[in-house]
Write a protein that binds this ligand. Structure first.
Ligand SMILES: NC(=O)c1ccc[n+]([C@@H]2O[C@H](COP(=O)([O-])OP(=O)(O)OC[C@H]3O[C@@H](n4cnc5c(N)ncnc54)[C@H](O)[C@@H]3O)[C@@H](O)[C@H]2O)c1
Length: 441
């Protein structure tokens, strides 16, 4: 099948590459000429395990193409996926300007019947807006070309995006015609050989499913963080509680790790957007609002522990950071807790030395660009020399079993702040360490 993917970021590039891997001919479009030029040169602008090899293979096999020219990309396309960003707008709602700009361009440029698929996370009712936008442009051209609009929210996780896309738990399709469902089934059939994981529904329900899924996961995280904060007050250990609670099959172990709060490009903006969607429709989403509030406070819990230990004025203290990305397996730093913790400490005069296996360029070029008092190191042990404490914020595997003797030699004193609750080896307190973690005093 001939497929166009519009927007070549995390979702667009991964989706396009996986569709190409299944033998489709895919053109990935982006308005960012640098990104497209890099991709044409085989330089992958994001880190995602397995992505680079898959892109290079499919480019070589002539299954995957990159362009800034939407008109050219639409020429033979049977399906066009919209995978552009939907960031938080000034009022907290998802900013639809990129999605609607693409819809407008499709209406202006399409030359044959096409299925337009919203893969971006979009507020309920967006498919209708996309439909109206395309139709308006076709009317202006006096064209009677036909098109369908489908909602196909994406559930991949950064850090495991290829695996998730190639073997999805489910593929949700919202549509209002048999033709659209049939075509979407054809596109996704190669991804589930053993049994069907296709869930068909109406457009609005599909749009809502994505927000509901992210809000549910964010709720689990904020819930457990709240429990962890109460654990600290009452002398319980959140990690032991996590194990006790997760063993209940109705609850499960996933997404109940106490930590420094959720970040990334999805949960923060989608939780905010859902609250806004509810409000616009006359409903106050109390629980979802609280999920965000708990998370905002949680991002600073580890900073508060550092302040309690070292004092309000951190002038003269240096902190070695392990981890900057919002989670392991990605270079993405959007809304990462590290940004908030580092800014809070720097505001109080601290010096920061930071290491992350993948996200240092992102930090330097974007998210911590304006921050003075920060230097970056090439290895996890390099940040420790003359630092007053080690702060762990992203649970990369290479931090799981470090050389504690080496850390002790490098640090001024053996002090660790673990923002991922006992991610570093347990029992440090009994081995002469000052070990502070979320969910235990
Ligand atoms: N990142 C994730 O883990 C994830 C997971 C599921 C869903 N989503 C959703 O998918 C959407 C995309 O997210 P992302 O993380 O891939 O974003 P991203 O910022 O990484 O990529 C978006 C891309 O779209 C491009 N773009 C903007 N306007 C364009 C236009 N008119 N034509 C062509 N390209 C254009 C940008 O240059 C950018 O490269 C969002 O709605 C997001 O909520 C993201």
């Amino acid at each position: 099948m001939n497929i166009t993917v519009i927007g070549s970021g995390y979702v667009g590039l991964v989706s396009g590459t996986c569709f190409a891997e299944m033998g489709n001919t895919v053109t990935c479009v982006d308005t960012d000429p640098d990104k497209i030029e890099k991709l044409k040169q085989g330089d992958i602008p994001i880190f995602e395990p397995g992505l680079e090899a898959m892109v290079l293979k499919n480019v070589k096999d002539n299954n995957l193409f990159f362009t800034t020219e939407l008109e050219k990309a639409l020429q033979n396309a049977e399906i066009a996926f919209i995978a552009v960003g939907t960031p938080t707008g000034a009022d907290g709602a998802a900013d639809l300007q990129y999605v609607l700009a693409v819809a407008k361009s499709i209406g202006q440029l399409m030359q044959k019947k096409i299925i337009v698929v919203d893969k971006s996370t979009v507020p309920i009712g967006t498919a209708d807006k996309v439909k109206a936008t395309i139709q308006k442009e076709l009317d202006a051209r006096d064209s009677n070309l036909e098109f369908e609009v489908v909602s196909n929210p994406e559930f991949l996780k950064e850090g495991a995006a290829i695996a998730d896309f190639m073997k999805p738990d489910r593929v949700v399709i919202g549509a209002d015609s048999e033709f659209a469902f049939k075509k979407m089934k054809e596109v996704y059939a190669p991804f589930f050989r053993s049994h069907d994981r296709f869930i068909a529904m109406d457009l609005r329900s599909a749009e809502m499913t994505k927000y509901a899924a992210n809000a549910m996961l964010a709720t689990k995280i904020s819930f457990m963080n709240e429990i962890a904060n109460i654990c600290e007050k009452v002398g319980a250990d959140a990690n032991q509680v996590r194990i006790g609670v997760g063993s209940d099959q109705r609850i499960g172990y996933s997404f109940i790790y106490p930590g420094a709060g959720y970040g990334g490009s999805c949960f923060p903006k989608d939780v905010k957007a859902l609250t806004k969607i509810a409000k616009e429709n006359g409903y106050t989403a109390q629980l979802i609002t609280a999920v965000e509030e708990v998370n905002n406070a949680q991002k600073l819990v580890i900073a508060q522990k550092i302040i309690t230990r070292f004092g309000e004025d951190l002038t003269g203290f240096t902190f070695g950071f392990w981890g900057l990305a919002f989670k392991p397996g990605t270079d993405d730093m959007r809304e990462a807790p590290s940004i908030y913790v580092i800014k809070e400490l720097v505001k109080r005069g601290a010096q920061i030395k930071a290491y992350d296996p993948k996200a240092i360029d992102e930090a330097k070029e974007h998210y911590l660009k304006e921050v003075q008092n920060i230097t970056y190191a090439a290895s996890k042990y390099d940040v420790l020399k003359d630092s007053d404490a080690l702060v762990l914020l992203t649970e990369w595997k290479e931090f799981r079993s470090p050389d504690f003797e080496e850390i002790k030699v490098q640090l001024k004193k053996p002090v660790i702040f673990d923002g991922r609750n006992q991610y570093i080896a347990y029992d440090l307190e009994n081995k002469g360490w000052e070990y502070y973690r979320i969910g235990k005093n």
